[in-house]
Design a binder for this molecule. Structure first.
Ligand SMILES: [Zn+2]
Length: 483
């Protein structure tokens, strides 16, 4: 029997597919020599051309992430199905049972969280994910603080070198941060600007655009000069604008009595209540809580707020970075001629804040971040980072198209980590050899007719161009004509 060359390639480039008895390999031997190429093609009606076909082909079939080489066992669609099917609201014993099979493909941090859940599922099989995370968060919070505290101390040390006013402001930010970490109530002044910033940040997570816009529009009312600031008198126009936004179907004429009734305080509460109602409709518990806190602030009552790195950095920036839109103030600061020493201290403080453990880098931070989250949100954040996504080799922002020669399989975390930056930083992190491992899967797929020869070659060329890593494509077989 004549040995045809492709077998060598098939063995060399055999991807680690889940189907252990790869149908195409046994078929090669079963087929007469001169028809083996068409036999691959015959198995697939059409080579992959669309993103949908690509996702289906690379999910749960032994394909790996281009960058981290984790196996892509499920896709975003699976997560959607699990969520909608209510799987994540089941007791943890059910969740553990179902997801054990996916554990090897999780990233290290999520894998460890899953292991902890597995352990707890033996003690509390009927508990739900949100409860389990709450239990875990008590210890995690203490452990996390052991890492946070020396960083806070260093920030305060640096702040001591700054002018008195900034030093005091930063000390109080750190004090409040500690209170937030341990869920202790504290008094905080109401700030419309701050509230709007927080709400804007949270509306991004509202899937319904219309609801998100409505909430933002209402929040903007709090920024009307005479409502925002204590000094100015409330105007007819302001009352009219608020009432028109609240009751868009009604003709509003503001009478003298109405203007008297709608004091600044009443307007603020009315607007915040309206935001809260919309947030409830949009199922945004976080915005509802913010509204509750804002009302407590207005009543000069203590509030409890969760610590976040983002919140801390925002507060630090408010003190350390003169905002461009503050106009006069920014100008004044510039005239003060910031000296180089203070600039360096500011940079160091931001650097320290950036070094705080994040939910991406620390298991404890991940657990603490989710101590009030729903079971669905927790499960999503455990499983989504390892799900299969279609990565654009040349980023869309650089006019990269959906053409199949520009698409690779990557886990959601790597895809997000790269954004539209160079691939190099990801290969440096995970290993440059992963580019060739991915190329080998593309070569095997092409040889097996999942891609046309041109597309297969195109993918390898784009990968080489974008990664700057030399790709060995010797295994790629030019399609052989039927004899
Ligand atoms: Zn990856």
């Amino acid at each position: 029997m004549k040995v045809f060359p492709i077998t060598t390639n098939l063995f060399t480039y055999k991807p680690d597919f889940k189907r252990k008895s790869s149908p195409y390999i046994s078929d090669v031997f079963a087929e007469p020599v001169d028809t083996f190429v068409p036999s691959f093609q015959a198995k697939i009606k059409q080579p992959i051309k669309t993103l949908k076909e690509f996702r289906e082909h690379t999910t749960g079939t032994g394909h790996h992430c281009l960058y981290c080489h984790k196996e892509l066992k499920y896709g975003e669609k699976d997560i959607k199905d699990w969520t909608e099917g209510g799987l994540f609201s089941e007791p943890i014993k059910t969740i553990v049972q179902h997801f054990k099979q996916y554990k090897p493909s999780l990233h290290e941090k999520e894998k460890e969280v899953f292991s902890m859940i597995e352990e707890l599922s033996e003690m509390y099989p009927d508990a739900h994910l949100d409860t389990v995370i709450k239990i875990m968060s008590i210890l995690a919070n203490k452990d996390l603080y052991k890492v946070q505290k020396p960083i806070f101390d260093s920030i305060v040390d640096q702040a001591k070198l700054l002018p008195e006013k900034e030093k005091n402001a930063i000390e109080s930010i750190i004090e409040i941060s500690k209170k937030r970490i341990f869920h202790q109530p504290y008094i905080e002044e109401y700030s419309a600007l701050e509230l709007r910033y927080q709400i804007r940040r949270l509306t991004e997570a509202i899937p319904n655009d219309e609801q998100a816009k409505k909430i933002e529009k209402l929040t903007d009312l709090l920024m009307i000069q005479c409502i925002r600031k204590e000094k100015k008198d409330v105007t007819y126009d302001a009352v009219k604008k608020v009432l028109e936004t609240l009751y868009p179907d009604q003709e509003i004429t503001v009478t003298k009595a109405m203007k008297k009734e709608y004091t600044r305080e009443k307007l603020r509460f009315t607007i915040i209540d309206a935001i809260k109602r919309e947030a409830e409709a949009a199922k945004s518990g976080d915005i509802v809580q913010l509204c509750e806190s804002a009302k407590r602030q207005l009543n000069k009552e203590p509030i409890v707020r969760k610590f976040t790195n983002k919140g801390l950095k925002h507060d630090l920036a408010q003190v350390l970075e003169p905002a461009k839109d503050k106009g006069g103030q920014a100008q004044a600061l510039e005239n003060n001629k910031e000296n180089a020493k203070h600039k360096r201290i500011r940079t160091r403080i931001f650097y320290l804040a950036d070094s705080l453990p994040t939910s991406d880098s620390s298991i404890q931070a991940f657990i603490v971040k989710h101590d009030r989250s729903t079971s669905e949100k927790i499960a999503y954040d455990i499983f989504a980072p390892s799900s299969n996504t279609a990565e654009h080799l040349l980023p869309q922002s650089q006019n990269g198209t959906d053409d199949i020669t520009n698409i690779a399989a990557a886990c959601k975390r790597c895809n997000n980590d790269r954004q539209d930056g160079p691939m190099e930083k990801l290969f440096r992190r995970h290993g440059r050899e992963n580019a060739q491992l991915y190329a080998d899967e593309v070569i095997a797929d092409t040889n097996n007719g999942y891609y046309t020869y041109q597309d297969g070659l195109g993918i390898l060329e784009t990968l080489e161009q974008q990664s700057g890593i030399k790709i060995n494509r010797d295994g790629l077989k030019f399609p052989q004509p039927r004899k």
